[in-house]
Each structure stands twice: as C-alpha cells, then as structure tokens.
Design a protein around this ligand. Sequence first.
Ligand SMILES: Nc1ncnc2c1ncn2[C@@H]1O[C@H](COP(=O)(O)OP(=O)(O)O)[C@@H](O)[C@H]1O
Ligand SMILES: [Mg+2]
Length: 252
Amino acid sequence: MKAICVFNQKGGVGKTTTVVNLAAALGLKGKKVLVMDLDPQGNSSSGFGVDKMNLENTVYDLFINDVKLEDIIYKTEAENVSIIPSNTSLSGVEVELINTPSRESVLKNALEGFEDFDYIIMDCPPSLGFLSINALTAADSVLIPIQSEYYALEGVSQLVETINLVKKSLNKDLEVEGVLISMFDGRNNLSLEVVEEVKKYFKNKVFKSIIPRNVRLAEAPSYGESIFDYDSKSKGAVAYEKLAKEIIKNNK
Ligand SMILES: Nc1ncnc2c1ncn2[C@@H]1O[C@H](COP(=O)(O)OP(=O)(O)O)[C@@H](O)[C@H]1O
Ligand SMILES: [Mg+2]
C-alpha cells in the first residue's frame, strides 16, 4: 500500500482536482484506491458526489471518536474508489485535540497495519496546520501540485521547509512523490516560463505529465463526477490518465 498526500498550503492550485481525478484514474487501472478527505471544506467528498452533511461518520470521527476505519469508508460511483469523507465538523478538530499528546500522529496511528488498498490519496486543506501535518506524518510520499501562474513559486520554500521539518521529527521516511504542474496553458509564454522555473527548483522531481487548463475539469465536480465519467475524451482526462500511469510505473 502507498499513501500519497497531495499538499500545497496555497489554495486553488489543483489539489482537490488532482485527488479526485488521480484516484479515479488509478481505480480504472484496477488499483484499489481510498481517498481521504482532510479538508473541512469537503471538496473532494462532493467531487465524488457524497452528500457531506448527511453522513453517519466522517474523518472527524477518526480523530475524535476513535471509530474503526472500516466504519468511515464509503464506496463511490467511480470504479475501485472508496472515500473517507469530511465536512465542516472537521474544522474544530485541532482545538478539540489541543491537550492530546502526539496529536500529529493520530492519522498515522489509525492507519497502522491497514493494508486494504493499493493507494491512499489524501486531500489536504490549504494550510500548514494540524490536518496537513497529520497527513504528511501518515503518508509515504507527498505530491505537490503547482499552478502555472505568475507567483507559482511563492510560498514554495515554506512548503519545502514544512516537509523537511516533518521528515526530521515525525516521519523520516517521507518522500517527494513528485511535483505536478497544473492548469498549464501552452499558448501562454508565462506558463512555459513557470515550467522552466519549477524544473530548475525541483529538478528530476517534476512529473513528465502536465495537467492543462481544461474547463471540463472545472465543470465535473458540480456533477459529482470524476473527469472520466464526465468527459473521458477531454484533455484533462488524458492528462490525469498519463499521471496515473507515471505514478504506477514509479512505484513498481
Ligand atoms: N486543470 C484545470 N483546468 C481548469 N480548472 C481547474 C484545473 N484544476 C483545477 N481547476 C479549478 O480551479 C479551482 C481550484 O482547484 P482545486 O482543485 O479546488 O484547488 P485546491 O484544492 O488546491 O484549492 C477549482 O474551481 C477547480 O475546478
Ligand atoms: Mg481543495
């Protein structure tokens, strides 16, 4: 089993879009995938059509109520993809656990010995806080989406610092799965410059697959569908399928 945490403390860089569509792509390739939604906004939950506010259990119960993992895993419509959903109840969890020792490791401990899936893909909130730290501590690797826009690398040094801190104290085996360029627009010179800049910074850690700006990717979530159910011929679908292939190959 491989647990990949999709992380960037910036909002709107394509984390959730990547979680939903990478998970769906891996599922279509026959991999058993568990999505873990760690964002109180619950966007990856709604991206899979989960009715967030009418759930018996969410990821919140994993942190607070010590429920069994099996009791918070829901099947999605996407082939081979299950999800541990989240909703706004998760936003108070950090304060509720303020006196808990090793509260950075709650998720890691919950996943101990859990091997029911080939991949776990975690969606992080846009912050460096408690939930992201839990995800980075529980994960085998981190996938960093970077939006090809003017300030692409702004905040990246802080991001790398956070990963290094987690490696030092909480999860020494954490690796960088790869850096993913998202919302790429080939007609735009700036996008091309950003790719060069990101490659200069992250060297061979940058995925060969690049996600284009594609309106179909932005439309799919409002139907509660991955891009493969919404428009499997779109450029976005082709790109996420390529990314899934690359990740499977890298993990052989
Ligand atoms: N490749 C893309 N092409 C077009 N729109 C995209 C693409 N990736 C993400 N979006 C849109 O951009 C917004 C932010 O993406 P999202 O995945 O929610 O980012 P994050 O989870 O990092 O905040 C969303 O409205 C999403 O639909
Ligand atoms: Mg998100």
